[in-house]
Design a protein around this ligand. Structure first.
Ligand code: MF3
Ligand code: CO
Length: 278
C-alpha cells in the first residue's frame, strides 16, 4: 500500500529530515583521521536524542547502531566499530530519525584528506546521479523514470557499477514504506508518482563491479572486487513541477567545507558532466 502524505504530515517529515541533515553536519564537523567509526555513531545518537528524537536505525530489525558508517569498499549498512578513519578513506554516513511520529532518512559520503582522483570522481557522479533521479520525481512520472535516470548516468555514461540488491523507498510513519525505488530500470515503468508521495532516493554506486556480498555480521554490504563505493541519499516529496527536497545538503556541505580534514575537491565535477543521452 502506498501512503500519500498531507501537507501537515509532510511538514513533520521535513522536520525529521532537517534533523538528519543537522546530524550529518555535526558529524562533518568532527570527522578526521584517527576517529573511530564508533565515535561517529555515539556523536549521532547523542545529537539526535538531545533534540528529542529517536534514531530510526537503532534496533531496526536488530541493527545495533544509530547510523550506518561504510568506509571504502563497504557499500552501505556498515556497523560502527573500532576502525579508525585514515587519510585516503571515503566514508558514507547514513542516518535516520523518528520525530513526532515520522521518519527522515539521508546519507552523505565524505572524503578524508588526500583521496584518489578516480574516487573523488565517483563521489561527484554519485551525488550528481542522486539529483538526476530527483529531477524525475515529479507527478505523472513513474518510479522507473527515476531509476532509469540514475542508471543511465552512472552505468551507461560513466561506466560505474549500480548496486541492484538495495533500493530507495517510501518514508513516513515507517522508515521503509512502499514503493521501492531502485537505482536501475526502464523508463515509463513502475508505480506512477503522485503529489504527496515521500520517498528516499539513494544511489549506491561502485567504482568497479556492481556485485556485492554481505559480511558475516549479516548487515555490512561490501563490493566483490573491494573497489570503493559511494552513497548519497535525500528524502524528497513528489510535487507537480519539481520535487521538493526535505533533507538539506547545504548545511552538511558548509560543515564539510569548514573542516580542513575533509576533501571537497570533488565539488568541481558535481553536476558538470555531459547531459544524459537518450
Ligand atoms: N538508509 C538505509 C536504508 O534505507 C537505512 C537502513 S539501515 C538500518 O536502507 F539499519 F536501519 F536497517
Ligand atoms: Co534509506
Amino acid at each position: 500500500m502506498i501512503v500519500y502524505k498531507s501537507e501537515e504530515e509532510i511538514d513533520r517529515i521535513r522536520k525529521s529530515a532537517r534533523l538528519v541533515s543537522l546530524t550529518l553536519a555535526e558529524i562533518a564537523r568532527h570527522l578526521k583521521p584517527g576517529m573511530a567509526t564508533r565515535e561517529i555513531d555515539l556523536l549521532a545518537e547523542a545529537y539526535i536524542r538531545e533534540q528529542g528524537a529517536i534514531p530510526s536505525f537503532k534496533n531496526y530489525q536488530g541493527y545495533p547502531a544509530s547510523c550506518c558508517v561504510s568506509v571504502n569498499d563497504r557499500v552501505v549498512h556498515g556497523i560502527p566499530d573500532a576502525y579508525k578513519l585514515r587519510e585516503g578513506d571515503i566514508v558514507s554516513v547514513d542516518c535516520g530519525v523518528l520525530l513526532d511520529g515520522f521518519h527522515g532518512d539521508s546519507a552523505y559520503t565524505f572524503a578524508i584528506g588526500r583521496v584518489d582522483e578516480a574516487v573523488l570522481a565517483l563521489m561527484a557522479a554519485t551525488k550528481t546521479a542522486l539529483y538526476r533521479g530527483i529531477e524525475q520525481a515529479i507527478a505523472g512520472n513513474r518510479v522507473g523514470d527515476i531509476a532509469f535516470a540514475i542508471q543511465q548516468y552512472t552505468e551507461k555514461q560513466r561506466g560505474y557499477g549500480v548496486v541492484r540488491e538495495l533500493v530507495g523507498h517510501g518514508v513516513g510513519r515507517e522508515l521503509h514504506e512502499e514503493p521501492q525505488v531502485p537505482n536501475y530500470g526502464k523508463r515509463g515503468t513502475g508505480v506512477v508518482l503522485r503529489e504527496g508521495l515521500v520517498i528516499a532516493i539513494e544511489p549506491m554506486i561502485n567504482l568497479g563491479t556492481r556485485k556485492i556480498y554481505y559480511l558475516d555480521d549479516g548487515w555490512t554490504v561490501v563490493t566483490q572486487d573491494h573497489k570503493p563505493s559511494a552513497h548519497y541519499e535525500h528524502t524528497i516529496v513528489v510535487r507537480k513541477k519539481k520535487a521538493e527536497i526535505l533533507s538539506d545538503f547545504s548545511i552538511v556541505e558548509e560543515a564539510e567545507q569548514n573542516n580542513p580534514a575533509l576533501n571537497t575537491d570533488y565539488y568541481r565535477w558535481v553536476g558538470e558532466h555531459e547531459a544524459v543521452e537518450h
